[in-house]
Design a protein around this ligand. Structure first.
Ligand code: ADP
Ligand code: ZN
Length: 637
């Protein structure tokens, strides 16, 4: 794989101009984003490539536009039916001739697609990898003119990744089967190992690698210590407009069910999703989430892949994910449309214990377990950091971001740090004197000088450390112990009963030769009566500085049209398009066409109806609005 530019062959300027025209006429967008232009130009010229862009970065246009520009059919390999469905519906709405072949397609539809293929009347064909590899499909395609082959979610070829799909391995034959057709692989998984594996397995060595910046500037990161997680969650949700859709991740199926039921009781429109539910219920809940506005889905990580809903406004984690990669992938499902979104998480000691014991019990090799452990520690480092969260995240992905982003909790609220060198010594001695086998709760009692039947039985009230920590309260000691674990000064004994044990760093800290700083977690400082708002205080709809009444009416019209056609509302127009419309208040179709996201086909199909909203919007009624300006007040409640 080379990263150098090759001199463009003749005629490329014309192809570039055509691409620009398609961007505006078909997609209704003003300009290319980030690396899109470079990638498209490279593929137009017939080059192979691997494209790494974060979720929501705009990967689809990178193959959709060259498919329209280059002569012949564009083939897109996609691992999930839901993804194909979404893209094909989106393209059809834009007036692009797209179709798909997978196990869900009726035989009638499939026959029509085969006919269209023979008549050369398709621009793009989406296929599951196993369908593409059927010899009949390969024979059919080898008789057609193919403009390009795109391999979406290309990390599925990697055994290292979490989404490994054996069928993807067979895609290696595309290089020999279609030697003259450019191949473009795309993924949002950025790590070096996966990247190398994709290049190797898809024979892209001679192609280019396009690596985009992985920042998601519209996502606000907020991470807090678990105090009373339900209250914390309720307070967070209360700060979100009711019209907002979001995902809440939990570790276990049981917790998913309980949390969803509790949220419904609290008046939220919440549905559950996990692999233990029956298929019909699961599919119904997923479809409600996609097709309706303002649904909160409570899910295990079984939910997410294949969900392209662009207006997910928040992703909340009630339990720690396994790694920064998982955290970034899961939170990346928020705000694909570029509008402000929030990644919210609470974490606690219990999470560590359950994740570590899950890891200890798994069948993975020792090597693999070490990797997993290291990944979990890195995630804890993110939780405990006193630095900008975005900086920690992006550094983890190999970037060199600025030191402050001004859009995460550590940048927005002052993080109090304190010199905990002495507290660490006290905690570590207590762990040592009690024999390195007790959990945090017990250690707190000893530190605070409190006694119970167990303390008396073990005679721990006679120890020199008994009561040496009266200067801090229970919560503060728990925080100290957790941060000592996070910073690697203590380990959790997952093979035993979750007691805290020394690591090779402990002795050094015990001597006081290293200075240790702790994060003063904001949740420890908030008086409890401020937490949680009553259930009815959620504002109705986010307006992003536009007229709330108009945004609401535009959304209602969109929902009505979507229901008539049985497609998700966002396929008609994105929220960002409606917001821009509400601000621009178009009077004519020409005004409407100026709005980003309104291309020729949509203008013709929906222009008049959306214009009508403006002609009869007399006097907007006042409403409780929520302008997502500075959100500092929503943090640390
Ligand atoms: P990815 O596949 O990388 O997650 P998508 O291709 O789904 O991202 O694009 C994310 C969103 O951004 C889509 O809704 C898409 O329509 C929009 N988008 C992509 N490129 C542009 C652009 N140049 N201008 C405006 N919006 C864009
Ligand atoms: Zn920041």
């Amino acid at each position: 794989m080379t990263n150098s530019d090759t001199a463009p062959p003749k005629g490329l300027d014309a192809l570039d101009a055509e691409s620009q025209g398609i961007l505006q006429r078909v997609f209704g967008y003003r300009e290319f984003r980030g690396l899109q232009h470079d990638v498209i130009s490279h593929v137009n010229a017939g080059g192979n490539c691997l494209v790494l862009m974060p979720t929501g970065g705009g990967k689809s246009l990178c193959f959709q536009i060259p498919s329209l520009v280059r002569p012949g059919l564009g083939i897109v390999v996609s691992p999930l039916i839901a993804l194909m469905q979404d893209q094909v519906s989106t393209l059809k709405e834009l007036g692009v001739r797209a179709a798909m072949l997978n196990s869900n397609v009726t035989s009638e539809d499939a026959a029509a697609t085969y006919r269209a293929l023979r008549d050369n009347s398709l621009d793009l064909l989406y296929l599951a990898p196993e369908r593409l590899m059927l010899s009949e499909t390969l024979t059919l395609l080898s008789n057609l003119k193919i403009g390009l082959i795109a391999i979406d979610e290309a990390h599925c070829v990697s055994q290292w990744g979490h989404d490994f799909r054996p069928e993807y391995l067979q895609l290696s034959i595309l290089a020999t089967q279609f030697p003259d057709v450019p191949r473009i692989a795309l993924t949002a998984t950025a790590d070096e190992i996966t990247r190398k594996e994709i290049v190797e397995k898809l024979s892209l060595q001679s192609g280019r690698v396009f690596v985009s910046n992985f920042d998601r500037p519209n996502i606000r990161y907020q991470i807090a210590l678990k105090d009373d997680p339900r209250k914390q969650l309720r307070a967070f949700l209360a700060s979100q407009p009711t019209g907002d859709a979001g995902i809440i991740y939990c570790l276990s199926r049981k917790k998913v069910d309980e949390t969803a039921a509790w949220l419904r009781k609290e008046g939220f429109n919440a549905l559950a999703y996990h692999a233990g539910m029956n298929g019909a219920d699961r599919a119904r809940n997923q479809s409600t989430f996609i097709n309706e506005e303002g649904v909160i889905i409570v899910a295990t990580i079984a939910f997410g892949m294949g969900i392209d809903k662009p207006n997910v406004r928040f992703v909340a984690h009630l339990d720690l994910p396994k790694s920064i990669e998982s955290y970034y992938q899961e939170t990346g499902r928020a705000g694909r449309d570029g509008l402000p979104a929030t990644a919210w998480m609470v974490y606690g000691m219990g999470d560590l214990v359950s994740l570590r014991s899950m890891m200890a019990q798994s069948d993975a090799s020792e090597q693999q377990k070490k990797i997993e452990q290291a990944k979990l520690n890195a995630l804890l480092g993110l939780c405990e950091t006193t630095q900008c969260r975005r900086q920690v995240l992006l550094r983890y992905f190999g970037e060199t971001p600025p030191s402050r982003c001004e859009n995460c909790d550590t940048c927005l609220v002052v993080v109090k740090r304190w010199d905990g060198t002495i507290a660490a010594q006290k905690a570590l001695s207590t762990v040592f004197r009690t024999g390195q086998r007790f959990g945090a709760g017990y250690l707190c009692m000893i530190l605070r000088g409190e006694t119970d039947e167990r303390v008396a039985r073990f005679g721990h009230d006679q120890l020199s450390v008994f009561g040496i920590g009266k200067d801090l309260n229970d919560k503060q000691w728990l925080s100290v112990l957790r941060q000592l674990v996070a910073a690697g000064y203590l380990n959790v004994d997952v093979a035993g009963y979750g007691g805290l044990m020394f690591t090779d760093k402990s002795k050094e800290a015990l001597k006081g030769s290293t200075q240790i700083f702790f994060r003063d977690d904001p949740t420890l400082l908030i008086p409890s009566k401020e937490k949680g708002r009553s259930k009815n205080t959620r504002v109705r709809v986010a307006n992003y500085g536009a007229d709330t009444e108009i945004v609401t009416r535009l959304k209602e019209l969109r929902l009505k049209l979507a229901k008539e056609q049985r497609i998700p509302p966002y396929i008609i127009f994105h929220d960002s398009t409606l917001v821009e419309m509400a601000k621009a208040k178009p009077k004519t179709l020409a005004d409407m066409r100026e709005i980003s996201g309104v291309g020729d086909a949509k203008l013709a199909r929906y222009g008049e109806q959306f214009l009508a909203v403006f002609s009869d919007s007399s006097s907007p009624t006042p409403d409780r609005t929520m302008d997502r300006g500075p959100l500092v007040r929503t943090i640390a409640r």
